[in-house]
Design a protein around this ligand. Sequence first.
Ligand code: NAD
Ligand code: UFG
Length: 337
Amino acid sequence: MKILVTGGSGYIGSHTVHELLNAGHEVVVMDNLANSSEESLRRVAELTGKQAEFHQVDLLDPEGMKKLFRDTRPEAVIHFAGLKAVGESAEKPLWYYQTNVAGTLNLLYAMEEVDCKTIVFSSSATVYGEPEEMPLTEKINMDAQSCYGRTKEHIEDMLRDLGASDASWNIALLRYFNPVGAHESGRIGEDPAGIPNNLVPFIAQVAVGRREHLNVFGNDYPTVDGTGVRDYIHVVDLANGHLKALEYLASHGGLHTWNLGTGNGYSVLEVLHAFEKACGKELPYKIVDRRPGDVAVSYADPSSALADLGWSAERDIDTMVRDHWNWQKNNPNGYEA
Ligand code: NAD
Ligand code: UFG
């Protein structure tokens, strides 16, 4: 199948492009390179022996998007492109709504014009907000607590309305839990700009000597050791979930929502200790105040994805941190080196 991947040079995008090429798909990548570099795709080509076609286009350029679809004529889209930093979204809400919501609108108009009506969308577990019940099932109402999360809610709603208006659209809403890890080769991985917001990239930079210590945000949560619990998922398992969703849409159609998580929760200190085991050294940390907006516990009920897609995560926490460390130690400065 010919698949257009928006945001395909980014972290999850590049791993998904790798899996798509290996599975024999033809891949077109569009990205404005705001948070990635073409080096990731060069390395994907080196790993797979196959080349994705790259177009530097901005989601916010409606004419550029339409031209891209007229020129490339994909059969399906996987839509990763967007902004994803929770804290930044509170400071720059209009930029987040414009890029994520208006950008997706431009994408959907461009798709409609060439009758490309299959889309897999990167949603997030953050749309669940702070529900009482755990694990999180897809039936729980959306109640995002951040501007970033609300942009995901708006896009989901837009796609639901589109699917309801025209049954020829095939739509998958994939709600990711906490993606970590890297391809086992250590050639592609996550390369955050500036100080990492997320736990595992931060720990990896402590391990490689770029940061002095980890700040653990709170140790007074009602959890196994007082630190926050999350459902970490290996990025390659996550990437494979997208291929399964595309396969499903090819024979089912309609709109579907799936959690992509492992169903297991690990605390901050458990992840830190797993990473210490992987890198063979003790990693310094300090307990500091809770980070505003953080929930105590979040983990998925991934049973719908298993039942419908035959998909479940295969890689455990030790594999996740081993692969993340392998990427970080081979590329201490990310793709820059
Ligand atoms: P990423 O930043 O590595 O990838 C996003 C890509 O989109 C980047 O390559 C960036 O250059 C591109 N992009 C940004 N604005 C653009 C624009 N205006 N036009 C074209 N391209 C643009 O992030 P990621 O971690 O790979 O996330 C991919 C998707 O998954 C995002 O939509 C994100 O919200 C979602 N998601 C990520 C996580 C996570 O923790 N990483 C969790 C849940 C959901
Ligand atoms: N944490 C620390 N220190 C750090 C970073 C994080 O203690 O330096 C803790 C947090 O308090 C939390 C856990 O580690 O308990 C995980 O935090 P992350 O920032 O890695 O992940 P979040 O669960 O907060 O959020 C992530 C993405 C969101 C996404 C959400 C759900 O950042 O974009 O997962 O998918 F919406």
